[in-house]
Design a protein. Structure first.
Length: 159
């Protein structure tokens, strides 16, 4: 019975010790410990050309002039509905200055039949200079008919 009493006292003391608050330390000591634990990160390293953030445009950017860098990607997202026969198509791109980074994609807004969605175009800047990206929303089978919508941006591409 005596052993049980001591065991109970020991368990209580261990529990109290485990619940005790952490020792106080000054802010400078905390900072010093954090500096020792964390690697040095004075400044973020510059991104290489292939790590440049893409520029993302929507219909709101129609008519804008955009500055970009060689190697940087341009993503253009335009609403549309191919079930109506209308598609976005480029109207002559300067292939020396920019090219398709990926094939254009279409994503429906829902699973409903006939639902509209978004056309996504992905370009990569290839050479410095100035060029215009012109996209037209039209039916390819309608000859001699003006597009019902257009989208264009001027790109100023720098090294």
């Amino acid at each position: 019975m005596k052993n049980r009493g001591w065991m109970l006292v020991m368990v209580v003391m261990l529990l109290l010790a485990a619940c005790a608050p952490a020792p106080l330390m000054s802010m400078s000591a905390e900072d010093e410990m954090a500096d020792q634990a964390a690697p040095e990160m004075d400044a973020a390293p510059e991104k290489a050309d292939d790590e440049l953030d893409p520029v993302i445009l929507t219909e709101e950017n129609d008519g804008d002039t955009i500055r970009m860098k060689v190697g940087q990607e341009l993503h253009i997202y335009l609403g549309g509905n191919p079930t109506t026969g209308y598609m976005w198509a480029s109207s002559g791109l300067d292939s020396k200055m920019l090219g398709l980074a990926e094939e254009p994609e279409y994503t429906a807004a829902s699973d409903a039949i006939g639902a509209g969605g978004e056309f996504d175009f992905f370009f990569r800047m290839k050479a410095p200079g100035e060029t215009v990206v012109m996209l037209e929303y039209m039916r390819s089978f309608e000859k001699g008919v003006e597009p019902i919508r257009t989208f264009s941006v001027t790109l100023v591409i720098e090294e």
